[in-house]
Design a protein around this ligand. Structure first.
Ligand SMILES: [Zn+2]
Length: 284
């Protein structure tokens, strides 16, 4: 393999079996998620944009190893090692269905991702980004409520900021999984169109049977969120996009590496707070 990843249990999957070099060179859109299934939940828009295109390719990077997953039903007596293998294969299935250019599974534990002293994840992400040089990058959003999602996003921002200026992506987005972005001001939301090939969108989340059988209908919830986002996005007129994800534009943080991620995020929350407070003041 071209890129030396830290973990012996890391996995590299190229659905159409070109070389890793070719798969990275053709990459235009890249998403970095914490767990198997996150890319398909938050990143369907770039997956769909690249699907069956000759000049656009989606690359997925999944940071953790799937340990500690909930298990129920047919999976209830599976060991942790068996569940890791099931989840790894589920991510490969999604990469195949979605015609990804290449899918990396870095194989880190959640605690490693959350440890600020560990450079390994940043190094792996940097190595991939430095060669792939995607035009657009999709991450977890900074106001997500899942600690592993937030720490994965922070590691990714650090890796992106280390890139030489000419290798940095043109756009970086923070996307919805464990907390949506409905609370953002409408004019600040980046709209990601998920209304194309909804049968593929459904298939991509549905391959994660181990998670859905665990008791949570991520397939229905993911579709429902996208429909609700589109319906409630604007109060006037007819929806011209029937399904959408929202994203926070994180590009300014990459263009200006000294900008505080915390300040940037809290300022967006402050504008939401001001809007709510302002309405209540007005009608009191
Ligand atoms: Zn996740």
């Amino acid at each position: 393999m071209m890129i030396e990843l830290t973990k012996a249990n890391s996995d590299v999957f190229i659905p159409d079996e070109v070389s890793e070099q070719v798969a990275l060179a053709r990459t235009t859109h890249l998403a970095i998620g914490a767990h198997q299934d996150d890319l398909e939940i938050f990143g369907y828009a770039p997956i769909a944009e690249c699907y069956a295109k000759k000049d656009k390719w989606f690359t997925g990077v999944t940071v953790t190893d799937g340990a500690g997953s909930v298990r129920a039903g047919i999976y209830s007596d599976f060991t942790d090692e068996e569940m890791k293998e099931i989840r790894l294969q589920e991510q490969r299935k999604a990469a195949f269905i979605g015609e990804y250019s290449i899918q990396y599974q870095l194989g880190f534990s959640s605690s490693e991702v959350k440890n600020p002293a560990s450079d390994h994840i940043i190094n792996d992400l940097y190595a991939i980004l430095n060669i792939a040089q995607p035009e657009e990058v999709y991450l977890h959003n900074p106001a997500d409520k899942h600690d592993t999602h937030v720490s994965t996003m922070v590691r990714a921002i650090t890796a992106l900021r280390k890139l030489p200026v000419d290798k940095r992506p043109k756009k970086v987005y923070g996307c919805e999984v464990w907390r949506d972005l409905d609370w953002m001001m409408d004019d600040e939301k980046a709209v990601l169109n998920t209304s194309v090939q909804d049968h593929i969108a459904t298939a991509l989340v549905s391959v994660y049977d181990s998670q859905i059988s665990g008791g949570k209908r991520y397939d229905l919830a993911t579709t429902g969120r996208r429909l609700a986002n589109a319906t409630y996005y604007a109060s006037h007129g007819v929806d011209d996009i029937s399904s959408m994800n929202f994203a926070m534009d994180l590009t300014p943080l990459i263009e200006n590496p000294s900008m505080s991620l915390k300040d940037y995020t809290v300022a967006a929350i402050q504008r939401f707070q001001d809007d709510v407070a302002g309405k209540l003041d007005r009608f009191a």
